[in-house]
Design a protein around this ligand. Structure first.
Ligand code: C5P
Length: 222
């Protein structure tokens, strides 16, 4: 059976990664979380005290380390060189700085090269902000997954509560809005729905309902 590529974009907390993982499992495809790559670089920058606004130093850092995504028992594992950073890259400090790192054109160019390399064998489900518009513009299926800001904040809030993190719903909503604003307003490859993407508003839908809608689209292509 032919292998296709699936691009899944959308704002923060819309459920992209959960949906993308399920789709990849169903199809036997590889899941690539591009946000994890930007997070890994941000984590490294914070570790070695590189300024998140210093484009040249960030590119040098990216060229001097290896960011790897590997399938793990509970989802994808992320490594920077040999260090497992799967959990630290989800911490709030990284989350609140990552959009600055991702706003630099030279950083994005290098990430684009790495991401296309990962998708060259096809059969990938890749999630991010610019996959349908820039990274995989010829992907057979493009989805733009959205949800109301209230629902996105509530979903994240529940996740963080389970991890024992102290944050209010209002603070979280502000942080998500801020990140979406930086991601949509940057000059290079901003967060946008590709013209040929199908928009799914997941407000009030379960993960399974969203997955089913995408499965139907995939069946029409294969
Ligand atoms: O998907 P996630 O929320 O983990 O992404 C973290 C950040 O990485 C985003 O807020 C955005 O700044 C950046 N990103 C990006 N382009 C992508 C994926 C993520 O700019 N393709």
């Amino acid at each position: 059976m032919q292998r296709i590529n699936i691009a899944l974009d959308g704002p923060a907390g819309a459920g992209k990664s959960t949906v993308a993982k399920r789709m990849a499992d169903k199809l036997g495809y590889i899941y690539i979380d591009t946000g994890a790559m930007y997070r890994a670089l941000t984590w490294k920058a914070l570790q070695v005290q590189v300024d998140v606004h210093d484009e040249q130093q960030l590119v040098a850092l990216l060229n001097n380390c290896e960011i790897r995504l590997e399938p793990g028992e509970n989802g994808q594992k992320v490594y920077v060189d040999d260090e497992d950073v799967t959990n630290p890259i989800r911490e709030r400090e990284v989350t609140n700085q990552v959009s600055f790192v991702a706003s630099h054109e030279a950083v994005r160019l290098e990430m684009l090269r790495l991401q296309r390399e990962l998708a060259k064998e096809r059969g990938v489900v890749m999630d991010g902000r610019d996959i349908g518009t820039h990274v995989l513009p010829t992907a057979e299926i493009k989805i733009f997954l959205s949800a109301s800001i209230q629902e996105r904040a509530e979903r994240r809030f529940l996740e963080l509560q389970q991890k024992g993190e102290q944050i209010t719903l209002a603070e979280l909503e502000e942080e998500i809005k801020k990140r979406d604003e930086i991601d949509s307003q940057r000059k290079t490859a901003p967060l946008r729905k590709a013209e040929d993407a199908v928009e799914i508003d997941s407000t009030g839908l379960s993960i399974e309902q969203v997955v089913q809608q995408i499965v139907t689209l995939v069946q029409q292509k294969l």
